[in-house]
Design a protein around this ligand. Structure first.
Ligand code: ACO
Length: 156
């Protein structure tokens, strides 16, 4: 288990984008390409292998959003995701943002649990986000993935 803190580093724009990880958290390359080039990605590595990543996207001077967060499948459930969320919150504070947001699908119960456990509160819903922005209907656990639930956490 990873219990206390982890050290992340800023992934440089010159490095190959780790789509295999980002695709765990988002459905299509096209969707990822809409934000990834304008985001700061932070990675957690062990022995040169990226185990986890998150992408911080500046909305404006006060607001930043975690657009993507993912842990390599074999390392999920060991506490890395929790520590990545905490790291993202700290980075956002260091950069003087007032609010951090994160969005996830209506079907993403584990993620909704994790984000609320780390102090995010449900804020608003982007209705039909997945219907409008993805090429075909996506079902998870038999439920149509349609709305994006936006959660936010105040940093000041
Ligand atoms: N089912 C139910 N609960 C689980 C599961 C599971 N399969 N796995 C972990 N949990 C619980 C843990 O018990 C823990 O709760 P606890 O602290 O009360 O014990 C909590 O979820 C967090 O567990 P972590 O081990 O810290 O999380 P993990 O390292 O697995 O990272 C993450 C979470 C990022 C969601 C990871 O599972 C993942 O990469 N999933 C696939 C990609 C994804 O869905 N990303 C988020 C999409 S939304 C977005 O990107 C903005």
């Amino acid at each position: 288990m990873f219990r206390s803190t982890i050290t992340t580093r800023l992934y440089t724009k010159e490095e190959t984008i780790p789509y295999h990880l980002l695709l765990l958290a988002d459905e299509t390359l096209e969707a990822i390409d809409r934000y990834i080039h304008k985001s700061d990605c932070y990675v957690f590595e062990q022995e040169g292998k990226i185990l986890g990543i998150y992408a911080l996207f500046r909305i404006d001077n006060d607001h930043v959003e975690i657009k993507n967060i993912a842990v390599l499948e074999a390392f999920q459930g060991k506490g890395i995701g929790t520590l990545l969320i905490r790291d993202a919150i700290q980075k956002a504070k260091d950069e003087q943002y007032k609010t951090i947001l994160i969005g996830t699908a209506n079907t993403a119960f584990q993620q909704l649990y994790l984000y609320q456990k780390e102090g995010f509160e449900m804020d608003h819903i982007k209705k039909n986000f997945f219907i409008d922005n993805y090429p075909k209907p996506i079902y998870e656990k038999g439920i149509l993935l349609n709305h994006m639930i936006m959660l936010k956490k105040a940093l000041v």
